[in-house]
Write a protein that binds this ligand. Structure first.
Ligand code: NDP
Ligand code: 8X3
Length: 250
């Protein structure tokens, strides 16, 4: 048994989620790393050993999320930090030409998946009167940009859902933080463009983008703030990005 605090990160196999998991580990947390890619999770487990518990599930599968959380080993059950990070964009085209399957996947992952994990983890936090929920929103949730339509809508929903949770747990000592990153170079654009890596690379051309570590820095700042301080929201942009649609490239 150890007195280290426990965190859970969804989508810890890549990008922002992986950076958050690593940052929490270096801050002394034991971390439940979750995702769909078992091999990638096992790699992190090999790197960090007993401080890491890999748990494989797809956030869209409500029953799997619930089963995964109820079957956590006893010594891993008292989660203090939840980073709801798993998410994606698919496609960048006018709304009237959008692909229904892409819409379903984004809505099921970014909104419903985040809700399923929240619903499974937060009751324990409320009961123990201890916990911090960090949701990964986006600058895309502040205002729509051209062809971003449904993705922007899912991140606007994450903002409303995060605000709603903050209201609903305001009588407890729990804290809720929304991080809203701008351009972060991860697998995000490769996924968005269905593996068209040239198109993905263009997203970050002529501007120094953020990294997953930059977002992990913001996460750990919010988590380590004094208990009476609740960082409600942080908008984190690349220096030459002013909004979701104003990006000045060299
Ligand atoms: P990555 O593609 O690098 O990482 C996404 C992570 O989410 C992966 O671990 C992926 O795992 C996981 N994931 C996706 N779908 C599911 C699912 N159904 N069940 C479980 N895990 C899933 O992108 P980012 O790190 O950039 O994205 C992380 C979050 O940050 C997302 O919510 C994204 O919307 C948000 N964001 C990203 C920005 C950016 O510019 N990159 C800016 C603002 C917000 P798998 O390997 O299984 O697909
Ligand atoms: C990811 C950032 O601007 O590509 O949410 O939508 S953006």
């Amino acid at each position: 048994m150890t007195d280290k605090k426990i965190a859970l990160v969804t989508g810890a196999t890549s990008g922002i989620g992986e950076a958050c998991a690593r940052r929490l580990l270096s801050a002394g947390y034991r971390v439940i790393i979750t995702g769909r890619n078992e091999a990638k999770l096992s790699g992190l487990k090999t790197e960090y050993g007993d401080d890491v518990l890999p748990v494989v599930f797809d956030v869209r599968e409500r029953q799997c999320v619930e089963d995964a959380m109820t079957s956590l080993p006893e010594e891993w059950q008292e989660i203090e930090v939840l980073v709801n990070n798993a998410g994606l964009a698919l496609g960048l085209e006018p709304e009237y030409e959008g692909d229904f399957r892409d819409w379903d996947t984004m809505i099921d992952t970014n909104i419903k998946g985040l809700l399923y994990v929240t619903r499974a983890v937060v009751p324990g936090m409320v009961q123990r009167r201890k916990g911090h929920i960090v949701n990964i929103g986006s600058v895309a949730g502040d205002a729509a940009y051209a062809n971003g339509n449904v993705y922007c809508g899912t991140k606007a929903a994450v903002k409303a859902i995060t605000d709603g949770l903050r209201i609903d747990i305001a009588e407890t000592p729990l804290r809720v933080t929304l991080l809203k990153p701008g351009l972060v170079e991860t697998n995000f654009s490769d996924v968005r463009f269905h593996g068209d890596s040239e198109r993905a690379a263009n997203v970050y051309k002529g501007i120094e983008p953020l990294t997953g570590d930059d977002i992990a820095d913001a996460m750990i700042y919010a988590v380590q703030a004094p208990r009476h301080v609740q960082i409600a929201e942080m908008l984190i942009l690349a220096t030459h990005q002013a909004s979701g649609s104003v990006i000045v490239r060299k």
